[in-house]
Design a binder for this molecule. Structure first.
Ligand code: F6P
Length: 478
C-alpha cells in the first residue's frame, strides 16, 4: 500500500483476515475462521495490497490499520446489519440456497435491503482505497453486488470476483426473488471465478436466460462492448507451508502426544469442520457409532475425534444442528463408551494451524463428508501434511475437492451404509494402498497450490482488461 493510502491490489471480502477478540476475553485480534482467509492471506502478502472487510463485531468504527504486516481497512456493520445482512440474507438465504437447499432458505425483503446497503458500503470503500487502474478482487456470496456498484464508481478498475461456495443450478437459483439483481451485480466484474466448471456453466446459462445477454462458451457479451469471462479456478492451500509445519519437531511431538492422550488407538478417525449443517457431521458420527454398535470397531482400539469450530452461532439452523450433533455425541458415548474410552471425542472450538497439523499427522482416517461444499480445504490440508505418504482420506463426492482428489475413498454422505463400508475399507486398507493413493493426491495438491490458483485468476484478469472493448476468444478447453 502506498503512502497515499491507496493500493494497486485490493482484496474485498466480508471478513478481515483477523477478527476482534472481545474485551472480556482479553481484546486484540485473532485469525478469522474459514478457508477463504487462509487462502488469501499469502496473496495479500505477496502483492503488498490492502484488504477491506468487516472486523467481526459492531463496536466502534475503526480506522485502517496494519496487523501482522497486512494493511487492513475495516468496514463497520451495525448490530441490525449483522442480523439482516450477515446472519439474514448471507447466511439464512444465500448460504442454504447455494448449498443445494440442504436447509430451507428464507426470503425476507428487509434482509435484501440490508444486503444492498452493505454491499454499497463495501463498494464505496473499495473505490476510495484502489489506486488508479488498480486490480480489485471481490470475494464470495456476501458481496455479489459489489462488482457492478464499484464499476459505476470507478470504471478504470480491473475487477475480479470469486465465489468460494457452489453456484447452484438454475432450478434452485431461480427461487431467489432478487435473482436478476445478483446476476447483474456479478456481471460488473471482468472475470467471475467459480470452484468448478459446473458452477460457471450454471451462471452463464442463467445470464443468457434471465438477463438476455449473448454468451459463447465461457464468455458473456454485454451491450456496452464489455466482455465478462466466467470460468472455474479451483482454490487451494499453501501446501508447502503446511508441509513445513507438519515436518517440524514440535508438530511431530504434539501428534504423538495426541495419540497418547487418546490411549494410543490403532485407528484414529478425524473430522474437522466449521459447525455447519452442510458438512455432514451427523452422517459420519452416526456411521461411526453404528460400526461400534455392530462390533466392526471397538472403542478400546478406535476413536473418532471431531473438531467443530463455532460458526454463525445466532442463526437458527446453526443452533439446531449444534443441538443435534451434541445429542448424538452424548448418546453414542453414553451407549458405547467405556471408562476412559469415549467413542467420540468432540471438541467445540477452533485451534491454531500447528494443532491442526498435529491432528492431521495423528489421524489414520480423515473423514470429510459434506452434503455440498464449494471446495473443502481441510481435505487438501490433510493431504499436504501427510508427507509420509500415509493416512486415508474419506471424501464426499459432493465436495469440490473430489474433482481433484480422485484417489480419496469417495463417498455419498446420504448413503449411511455406503459410508460405513467406506470407513471400514479406508481403516483396513494396506499401507501399500494408502501410499499409492496419498502419493497421487499429494502431487495434485503440491502442484496446484494457492499461489498457482491466485496467479491463474489474476493472470486471466489482466488479459481481459488488456483487450478491453475488443471481443475476446473463449478460454481453451471451456
Ligand atoms: O468460504 C465460505 C465462507 O463463508 C467465507 O466467506 C467465510 O469467511 C468463511 O466461510 C467463514 O464463515 P463466516 O465468515 O460466516 O464465519
Amino acid at each position: 500500500m502506498s503512502a497515499s493510502g491507496q493500493a494497486d491490489l485490493v482484496i474485498v471480502a466480508n471478513r478481515l483476515p483477523v477478527d476482534r477478540v472481545p474485551e472480556a476475553e482479553g481484546g486484540g485480534w485473532r485469525p478469522s475462521p474459514g478457508g477463504l482467509v487462509s487462502a488469501l492471506e499469502p496473496v495479500l502478502r505477496a502483492n503488498d495490497g490492502a484488504w477491506i472487510g468487516w472486523p467481526g463485531d459492531t463496536e466502534e468504527e475503526l480506522e485502517p490499520f496494519v496487523e501482522n504486516d497486512m494493511s487492513l481497512v475495516p468496514v463497520h456493520l451495525t448490530a441490525q446489519e449483522v442480523e439482516e445482512f450477515y446472519e439474514g440474507f448471507s447466511n439464512g438465504t444465500l448460504w442454504p440456497l447455494y448449498h443445494d437447499v440442504v436447509a430451507k432458505p428464507r426470503f425476507h425483503r428487509e434482509w435484501w435491503d440490508s444486503y444492498v446497503t452493505v454491499n454499497r458500503r463495501f463498494a464505496a470503500k473499495a473505490a476510495d482505497v484502489a489506486a488508479k487502474d488498480a486490480t480489485v478482487w471481490v470475494h464470495d456470496y456476501q458481496l455479489q453486488l459489489v462488482p457492478q456498484m464499484l464499476r459505476e464508481l470507478r470504471p478504470d478498475l480491473r475487477i475480479g470476483f470469486y465465489l468460494h461456495i457452489p453456484f447452484p443450478p438454475g432450478e434452485l437459483f431461480q427461487q431467489l426473488p432478487w435473482r436478476r439483481q445478483i446476476l447483474e451485480g456479478l456481471l460488473g466484474a471482468d472475470v467471475v471465478g467459480f470452484q468448478l466448471p459446473g458452477g460457471a456453466q450454471n451462471f452463464i446459462r442463467l445470464v443468457r436466460q434471465r438477463v438476455g445477454h449473448k454468451t459463447h462458451r465461457d464468455l458473456v457479451y454485454l451491450p456496452d462492448d464489455r466482455t465478462v469471462r466466467a470460468a472455474a479456478y479451483p482454490i487451494s492451500i499453501d501446501a508447502a507451508g503446511y508441509e513445513k509445519l507438519a515436518r517440524s519437531d514440535a508438530v511431530d511431538e504434539r501428534a504423538a502426544e495426541i495419540r497418547e492422550a487418546l490411549g494410543n488407538p490403532s485407528k484414529l478417525f478425524l473430522g474437522v469442520d466449521r459447525l455447519d449443517y452442510t458438512k455432514g457431521i451427523i452422517a459420519r458420527l452416526r456411521a461411526f457409532g453404528e460400526l461400534v454398535a455392530d462390533g466392526e470397531l471397538d472403542v478400546e482400539d478406535a476413536i473418532f475425534v471431531q473438531v467443530a469450530t463455532p460458526s454463525r452461532e445466532r442463526v437458527e439452523q446453526y443452533i439446531l444442528i449444534r443441538e443435534e450433533i451434541e445429542q448424538l455425541v452424548g448418546r453414542v458415548n453414553g451407549d458405547l463408551g467405556r471408562i476412559g474410552r469415549p467413542a467420540i471425542s468432540y471438541l467445540h472450538t477452533s485451534y491454531p494451524r500447528e494443532e491442526m497439523a498435529a491432528l492431521y499427522r495423528a489421524a489414520d482416517v480423515m473423514v470429510v463428508t459434506p452434503y455440498r461444499d464449494g471446495m473443502n480445504l481441510v481435505a487438501k490440508e490433510y493431504v499436504a501434511c501427510r508427507y509420509d505418504d500415509d493416512g486415508a482420506l474419506v471424501l464426499s463426492e459432493f465436495a469440490g475437492a473430489a474433482n481433484e482428489l480422485r484417489q480419496a475413498w469417495l463417498v455419498n454422505p446420504y448413503d449411511i451404509n455406503g459410508l460405513k463400508q467406506t470407513l471400514l475399507d479406508a481403516s483396513r486398507s494396506t499401507a501399500k494402498e494408502r501410499t499409492r493413493r496419498m502419493r497421487a493426491m499429494r502431487k495434485t495438491v503440491v502442484e496446484n497450490d494457492v499461489n498457482a490458483w491466485a496467479a491463474s485468476f489474476l493472470e486471466e484478469l489482466s488479459q481481459v482488461r488488456e483487450s478491453h472493448g475488443k471481443p475476446l476468444r473463449p478460454a481453451r478447453g471451456s
